[in-house]
Design a protein around this ligand. Structure first.
Ligand code: COA
Length: 164
């Protein structure tokens, strides 16, 4: 049976921390879907289309990874997609607290035997988040090495558009 895993998030934008989790999970599962959550009440820095495009570009070297989007409950998307595993990354104990709560709630909502599987984040990226990347970049700081090159270019273009 195909081992299908899911890794969901805002990915606004995808970072090298996310990519590290994705590359490792892609080795363990037959297929890995990266799902960008669509939150109609929250305008992102990147649009959902842009986030999807950046995630596609950043993962194009991984043949068993595909990018999708979803809105509403994660558990509904998981139930419809028949994912056996939901991957989450843990950077620190704060993530653990939050993730435990979400995993337990989702476990009630999954219809099948879906398991949440945690991968420890690479310590090299343990301090980064998408918000911190955007804040530092928008104030002129160098975020190269922390995000894929396509994201670096995407952020530069976005910031230039904003100043026009
Ligand atoms: N490396 C770098 N950054 C990471 C990271 C990693 N390995 N893992 C997480 N992050 C960052 C993210 O970029 C994000 O940063 P930001 O807050 O600055 O944007 C932050 O850590 C939180 O990440 P995460 O916990 O994955 O949140 P998210 O918003 O990206 O995704 C969902 C959370 C989509 C899984 C969750 O909100 C969800 O399931 N939503 C659907 C609605 C639902 O079902 N709700 C009930 C849940 S029980």
């Amino acid at each position: 049976m195909e081992r299908k895993a899911l890794y969901a998030g805002s990915f606004d934008p995808i970072t090298n921390g996310h990519l590290n989790i994705i590359e490792r999970a892609a080795k363990v599962y037959d297929s890995l879907t990266i799902a960008v959550v669509v939150n109609p009440n929250k305008a992102g820095f990147f649009t959902v289309d842009e986030r999807v495009a950046l995630a596609e570009e950043a993962t194009k070297h991984l043949s068993n990874v595909k990018i999708d989007r979803f809105n509403g409950l994660l558990a509904d998307y998981v139930n419809e997609g028949g994912f056996a595993t939901v991957i989450r990354g843990l950077r620190d104990s704060v993530d653990f607290q939050n993730e435990m709560q979400m995993a337990n709630m989702n476990a009630r909502l999954y219809k099948g035997d879906t398991e949440t599987v945690f991968l420890m984040g690479n310590p090299e990226y343990s301090y980064i988040s998408s918000s911190l990347i955007k804040e530092v970049a928008s104030l002129g700081g160098d975020v190269s090495g922390l995000v894929p090159d396509c994201v670096l270019t995407g952020i530069k273009n976005k910031l230039q558009e904003e100043t026009k």
